[in-house]
Design a binder for this molecule. Structure first.
Ligand code: URA
Length: 234
């Protein structure tokens, strides 16, 4: 077959076959040779393209007032993805999510269910610090939710943890209340794919309302049970 006779699929398939390792081609195990899941390199490229898109956002009060973009932290290959609200002062200075007081509590919450923070993937609804740590406006939540949905599709988590009402609002809308929605598994559909999702309280809220920690602990135990059921390594 000459190049001109090949259709688009032939070319794509040939490219995929040519990038396979020899052990993979002669493996005894049945394998999907024409993989549909993004490979690690594809994922890194897609994440870097998304980062670039957010870096180039125009007419955004958040970006115009922030020092740094806060894109994400952790292991992009892990199957657990955590979403907070937005960077605070420390996060803005370091360009990393959850490194201030709320981050310290988040680390403890994860450790309580035997999750190492560096093993999971963490991002926020908005990627630039809102001026004076204000809550992001509905229009900002809406604008950034396009990026967030792309981010989730790229990471392709088995468990999505939404921390706080802003993360909940970004993906499920503003008509619902976190106190009613937390602690049960929900399904979030993005680009025809369903993501198992848990809404729970934000660590910054727990720092202000210590009496709510008992609900957070109940949610964390449900999450741990699912991690074990799905045999996710954390
Ligand atoms: N609160 C958030 O929601 N995200 C951070 O990164 C830090 C604090």
């Amino acid at each position: 077959m000459t190049i001109s006779q090949k259709n688009q699929n032939d070319i794509l398939n040939l490219e995929k076959i040519n990038t396979n390792e020899i052990e993979y081609i002669f493996s005894d195990n049945p394998v999907n040779r024409l993989q549909t899941k993004p490979q690690i390199e594809d994922k890194k490229k897609l994440l870097s393209e998304l980062r670039h898109e957010i870096e180039n956002i125009n007419n955004c009060e958040l970006k115009n007032n922030a020092k740094n973009l806060v894109f994400a932290d952790g292991n992009s290959e892990n199957k657990i993805m955590i979403i907070g609200e937005g960077p605070g002062q420390k996060e803005d200075e370091q360009g990393k999510p959850f490194v201030g007081d709320a981050g310290l509590l988040l680390n403890k919450m994860l450790a309580a269910i035997q999750i190492k923070r560096n093993n999971v993937y963490i991002t926020n609804v908005v990627n630039y610090r809102p001026p004076n740590n204000r809550k992001p406006e509905p229009s900002e939540i809406n604008r950034y939710s396009n990026f967030l949905r792309q981010h989730i599709s790229i990471i392709d988590p088995k468990i999505l943890i939404l921390m706080g009402s802003t993360a909940m609002e970004s993906l499920f809308g503003s008509k619902i209340k976190i106190s009613k929605e937390r602690g049960v598994w929900k399904e979030l559909i993005i680009h025809n794919k369903t993501y198992l999702t848990m809404i729970t309280f934000h660590p910054a809220y727990l720092l202000r309302q210590a009496d709510q920690k008992k609900y957070s602990w109940a949610d964390l135990k449900i999450i741990r049970k699912k991690i074990d059921e799905l045999k996710i390594s954390v």
